[in-house]
Design a protein around this ligand. Structure first.
Ligand code: GLU
Length: 493
């Protein structure tokens, strides 16, 4: 009996980890931390042809960004290493030889061409695909002849031809597969690398993994794994297959739903604490109500019992909402610190660097309430930084103004604002309210005009505070520019 919880996240570095994949990592991490167990990272890099450069780094960066620290694995080591399967090839070979010796596996000399032909034939006959077991009962002479031809064999598992393989999945309950539906899968490839099935089972055993929490798509592999555990005389770990994640339209989660790599979320300015909270709720819940939970609360409450059996829905709108909540919870100083890198890298090069901390400090109270992501801040609030925002002169007119009235109103505003003693938000409000009634304009019309003139946008943070932060010089310059834009007539007029 194993007494401690040891779980692993076992990514294949064949691409950059997307949210579904990281959800698996998070559930394993939460379970380990909740149980006082160990969280292990193992890199399953046995598919040489599908490896992607930089994928391991990006996987580890994603974990680090979310604060999912690992007790054993790349960089930190551990007593069950190495934690890269490509460095464990010497471990799998003798084990597979033992399976051959014990009659649980056999050498298969079928060429890729023959297997391809067989597959085509099976499709033509509408039969399920799978190896036809031609090499399972080769005579010694036949084997010797094939050896003489210099063919490097693969090694296949001798799957029982009848009976059932059952196991109890901690989420799905009792699961049974007919052995006749499983083929004689490959254990060792001709390049000497193990397949996923072999390496995964051997390593879970050797690394004393107690629970396998993994995506639903691996459920169909599990009967093969159980058969392998039995053939090897190893005790299988407990299995828990996590519910699928679907897009908001209930179709398979894809890029279009936001299933992009985790680093893209980081680049867009989602906060790791919001991401952890959001991912934790993709298939797990505390109760039917609670949405906002800190990392500590998640660790304290996470359990396998409340992992749902039904698919989870990935709702990007909910993530945006949640991220906004977490942004509002930051102190202004924390937000300043987190926002600066986004401003430095996101604002156009025409904006002088380094960006003034004091200036951003003044902007933060105006934008913190409205921000959903840190990256969005750059787009929405660039008018604070750039010289002159670009916009169409028509925008100045709103729904009701004509060019003459708008120009006139801007001209007088320019006058009054230049004479203002102090350019703070109260004075600005005082003078502009008065002006709007003198001009006989509704405040909505007039403030809309001034807002577009000074920010280039119809929606911006509170007008007077925004103008105060922009400062007199900038505001006046922009109002002059707005007047110029209004007097420029398009060719059709
Ligand atoms: N290497 C597999 C993957 O990329 C691991 C599956 C498992 O956890 O067994 O997801």
């Amino acid at each position: 009996m194993r007494d401690s919880v040891r779980v692993r996240y076992a990514p294949s570095p064949t691409g950059f980890p997307h949210v579904g994949n990281i959800r698996t990592a998070l559930f394993n991490w939460l379970f380990a931390r909740n149980m006082g167990g160990s969280f292990i990272v193992r890199i399953e890099d046995t598919d040489v042809a599908r490896m992607v450069d930089g994928a391991v780094e990006s996987i580890l960066d994603g974990l680090r960004w979310l604060g999912l620290d690992w007790d054993e694995g790349p960089e930190v080591g551990g007593e069950y290493g190495p934690y890269f399967q490509s460095q464990r090839l010497g471990i799998y070979q003798p084990i597979v030889q033992r399976l051959v010796r014990d009659g649980h596996a056999y050498l298969c000399y079928c060429s890729p061409e023959r297997l391809e032909e067989m597959r085509l034939e099976q499709t033509r006959r509408k039969e399920p695909p799978g190896y036809d077991r031609r090499c399972r009962s080769l005579s010694n002479e036949e084997r010797a002849r094939l050896e003489d031809e210099g063919i490097t064999p693969v090694i296949r598992f001798k799957t029982p031809l009848d009976g059932e393989t059952r196991f109890n999945d901690l989420i799905k309950g009792e699961v049974a597969f007919k052995n006749s539906t499983l083929d004689d899968f490959v254990l060792l490839k001709s390049d000497g690398y193990p397949t996923y099935h072999l390496a995964n089972v051997v390593d879970d055993h050797l690394m004393a993994i107690s629970h396998v929490l993994r995506a639903d798509e691996w459920l169909a592999s599990t009967p093969r794994h159980i058969l392998l555990y039995n053939a090897l005389g190893f005790e299988p770990p407990q299995f828990a297959h996590l519910p699928m994640i679907l897009g908001s339209d209930r179709s398979k989660l894809s890029k279009r739903h936001g299933a992009v790599s985790i680093t893209e979320y980081q680049d867009q300015g989602y906060l790791p604490e919001a991401m952890v909270n959001f991912l934790a709720l993709l298939g797990w819940s505390l109760d039917d109500r609670t949405e906002l939970m800190s990392r500590e609360e998640l660790v304290k409450n996470f359990n396998l019992e409340r992992i749902s059996r039904t698919s989870a829905i990935f709702d990007l709108k909910k993530l945006d909402w949640m991220n906004g909540v977490y942004i509002r919870q930051l102190s202004q100083d924390e937000l300043l610190e987190r926002l600066m890198p986004f401003l430095e890298s996101g604002l156009p090069t025409s904006v002088e660097r380094p960006i003034s901390l004091d200036y951003v400090r003044k902007i933060i109270p105006l934008v913190q309430e409205r921000m959903r992501t840190l990256g969005e801040g750059v787009e929405l609030y660039d008018f604070f930084f750039i010289n002159q925002p670009d916009y169409d002169a028509e925008l100045l007119l709103g729904k009701t103004l004509d060019r003459e009235r708008a120009s006139g109103a801007l001209g007088i505003s320019l006058d009054r604002l230049s004479g203002l003693d102090s350019f703070d938000s109260e004075s600005l409000e005082g003078v502009l309210r008065l002006l709007s009634s003198e001009l006989g304009l509704k405040t909505g019309e007039f403030f809309g005009l001034i807002r577009v003139a000074t920010t280039g946008r119809i929606a911006a943070p509170p007008l007077f505070q925004t103008m105060a932060v922009l400062g007199r010089e900038r505001c006046l310059g922009r109002i002059e520019e707005a007047t110029r834009r209004l007097s420029r007539r398009g060719p059709e007029q």
